[in-house]
Design a protein around this ligand. Structure first.
Ligand code: GLN
Length: 462
């Protein structure tokens, strides 16, 4: 009850698209009864959690922040949502995002932008962006109204807003958490992400949602072993030795637009880890710089194909134009998608033309392989990698939307995107406040399924 009230009261940040008041109240009441009869289901029983509005929720609107799905209520729950409900969690609502998760700011939603909670003045027109595309989920956590939130991460959409909002954001290993019911962006890179105030809370949520799901054929079949909150591979953080842990600093992440403040913080933490016994050394991952352009080709090709399902016939927005079926498709799609979605569909179809396929799509797949090889090679020298998450603190909304290229993946996703190419786990951890009083974060990456070790180091530095 208190949490729902807070959700409603914190409307000024525009973190939620839908507050599922009735359902949440019922779930909370059931949880209370279980508690009274000492039958709580898990450590998440009764705990308020928010879900990004690109995860299907049974009979609750799932809009992707787009006019196309403005009135769409799915007939089933995404696996992630179902597992949270099974653990007793209370799903308080659906959070704001960039339309169809395309973006890095949570500024391109038909419901308006989400505001960062940090230094936010309720009466001001300008504010710091929340980052994106899971900005609503990050703000639901940072504002204190939810214990945790589910986001999605294709190129950084969980870690980027986590970094700007000062919360922990985990992109799990590809296939560790089911994508069933997550509306796809790039099928081969999408993963549900987890946002919470600290690493232990992330672990609790991961333990509830991870593991094989027969409804997602790309989900790993290996049984998932729950991670102990005092992460198993390293001793508890309070008396931890990180002695001998090999941490790589990939020099290519020191890129053109990295702010001095982030660079200094990165240096400082690397130095501290070294002083405390880790073996910290520079490593090279020469194909990092190609990740963004390679991603944009693969993303646009997959978007072109994934968006074909929205034709205004079976579900989604239907235009009021019945001159011909063709016309109905065209007008529905033209009216209901924003320019970013339309641009990606057009470019993707261009890349996929018979005469271009080899030159763009196949070429991008080869570059992806080189980026993955960089990771395979680096694990010979390092167990974990330490990098920035975002290049700066959260930009001001007025600056962010003025950039001539609104589709700013190149700048925003530089450090986060490579992990999606390789499918590996990565976590963003808040470190300190900038001179302006905004959160600054670092990212840790590890090899596939190294979550226990990754999260142990995250806990050590948080
Ligand atoms: N910014 C990237 C994009 O717009 C990544 C978004 C995401 O991870 N969902 O595609």
């Amino acid at each position: 009850g208190a949490s729902l009230k807070k959700v409603i009261e914190t409307k000024q940040f525009n973190a939620f698209i839908t507050v599922s008041k009735n359902e949440a109240e019922k779930q909370a009441e059931a949880s209370l009864q279980r508690f009274k009869s000492k039958q709580s289901k898990s450590d998440l029983d009764g705990v308020p959690i928010a879900v990004k509005d690109n995860f299907c929720t049974k009979d609750i609107k799932t809009t992707c922040a787009s006019k196309m799905l403005e009135n769409f209520s799915p007939p089933y729950n995404a696996t992630v949502c179902q597992r949270l409900l099974d653990a007793g969690a209370v799903l308080v609502g659906k959070t704001n995002l960039d339309q169809f998760a395309m973006g890095s700011g949570t500024v391109d939603s038909i419901y308006g932008p989400t505001k960062n909670v940090w230094k936010c003045k309720a009466d001001s027109n300008d504010f710091h962006i929340a980052g994106g595309s899971s900005g609503g989920s990050a703000v639901a956590v940072a504002s204190g109204v939810c214990f945790g939130a589910i986001g999605s991460d294709t190129g950084g959409s969980t870690r980027n807003p986590a970094s700007y909002c000062g919360v922990v954001g985990l992109k799990p290993t590809y296939g560790l958490v089911s994508r069933h019911g997550l509306i796809p962006l790039v099928n081969s890179m999408d993963v549900p992400g987890i946002l919470a105030r600290n690493v232990d809370d992330v672990v609790s949520i991961l333990n509830a949602v991870a593991g094989h799901d027969k409804q997602d054929s790309t989900c790993l079949t290996k049984p998932f072993k729950k991670i102990s909150n005092y992460c198993s591979r390293l001793p508890p953080a309070n008396k931890m030795g990180i002695k001998g842990l090999k941490i790589g600093i990939p020099i290519e992440y020191n890129c053109e637009y990295l702010s001095d403040e982030v660079l200094d913080m990165w240096d400082e933490i690397a130095q501290t880890l070294q002083n405390e016994g880790a073996i910290v050394k520079e490593v090279s991952m020469p194909h990092t710089q190609y990740s963004i352009v390679c991603y944009s080709v693969l993303n646009q090709c997959e978007v072109a194909s994934n968006m074909a399902r929205y034709d205004g016939i079976e579900y989604g927005y239907r235009a009021d134009d019945d001159h011909s079926t063709e016309k109905l498709y065209a007008v529905s799609r033209r009216t209901a998608f924003n320019d970013i979605v339309k641009n990606r569909i057009l470019t993707g179809n261009y890349f996929l033309l018979g005469r271009n396929y080899e030159k763009y799509f196949n070429q991008a797949l080869k570059v992806r392989r080189l980026i993955m090889n960089d990771f395979d090679n680096v694990w010979e020298d390092a167990q974990l990698l330490l990098t920035p998450t975002t290049l700066t603190e959260a930009p001001l909304y007025s600056d962010f939307i003025q950039k001539t290229n609104r589709d700013q993946c190149a700048f925003q996703d530089f450090c986060t995107q490579p992990a999606n190419m390789a499918g590996i786990p990565a976590v963003s951890v808040p470190i300190k406040l900038s001179k302006n009083g905004l959160p600054l974060s670092l990212q840790i990456m590890g090899r596939n399924l190294s979550e226990p070790m990754l999260l142990a180091l995250a806990k050590y530095i948080e």
